[in-house]
Ligand binder design. Structure first.
Ligand SMILES: [Zn+2]
Length: 239
């Protein structure tokens, strides 16, 4: 059961200051859930990760099932959503979480920004997923050859300049690059910076948000970092 028991879920809602009516409105699940997706509801954090890993395994092997794309399923979601994980990923067109994890409509609460940079809007979106949608797992998904991280490395090394709000992205990624030990192997260094950026964002979420921190410490929610390989399609959990 999600959060061990219904009582735990109620306690969590109460903790977050929701009235029973509000919570019911936000977390309503249509009867269709019970019929069509008994495996998607009430997962704990590790079961949620296993489900993602299984989907990624199907994606890697080319045996996707493309779940939850039917008209009937789409209609069942009109009354409400009940995603089993929140994914904070890069905006890179080569890393769409629903495809990478072989999931469908209503499965993932996805937030994307270049370099999976964390700002207040992203943080608020994660809080919404944790507090109101009660996702048990938040995955920060970095990826190989990330252009945002690569550009930041170039700026840090004085090889390039960026303009406009791209500089906002660079400033946000810079601490992860500066914290990564130097390496003559450019590719290896970029890969480590990517991993460190994902791990740093995962840690920052818990540090900056009382809502997320409380959910992690007291309600079984997990925030993990992961990395996606463009060539193999595989996702590796980092934390
Ligand atoms: Zn990227």
């Amino acid at each position: 059961m999600r959060d061990s028991s219904d009582t735990a879920a109620v306690t969590r809602r109460r903790l977050f200051g929701l009235t029973a009516g509000t919570a019911a409105a936000l977390t309503v699940a249509s009867p269709a859930w019970a019929r069509e997706a008994p495996d998607s509801k009430n997962l704990d954090a590790e079961a949620s990760w296993r489900k993602l890993a299984e989907g990624n395994g199907r994606f890697v092997s080319g045996h996707q099932t493309h779940p939850h794309e039917s008209l009937k399923w789409r209609e069942s979601l009109v009354k409400g959503q009940h995603p089993f994980a929140c994914v904070v990923g890069c905006a890179d067109s080569r890393v769409p979480p629903e495809l990478v994890f072989d999931e469908g409509f209503g499965d993932l609460f996805t937030i994307r920004a270049a370099g999976e940079v964390l700002d207040n809007s992203v943080l608020g979106s994660v809080e919404y997923a944790v507090e109101h949608l009660e996702v048990p797992l938040v995955v920060v998904l970095g990826h190989a050859s990330c252009g945002a991280v690569s550009a930041t490395i170039d700026v840090v090394r004085g090889r390039a300049e960026v303009s406009g709000e791209i500089s906002t992205l660079v400033r946000a990624i810079e601490p992860a690059v500066l914290a990564t030990p130097p390496d003559r192997d450019e590719k290896a260094f970029l890969a480590r910076c990517v991993d460190n950026q994902a791990k740093r964002v995962a840690a920052l979420m818990v540090e900056r948000s009382v809502t997320i921190r409380t959910a992690v410490r007291h309600h079984g929610v997990k925030v993990v970092a992961a990395s996606y390989q463009l060539d193999t399609g595989a996702v590796t959990r980092l934390t």
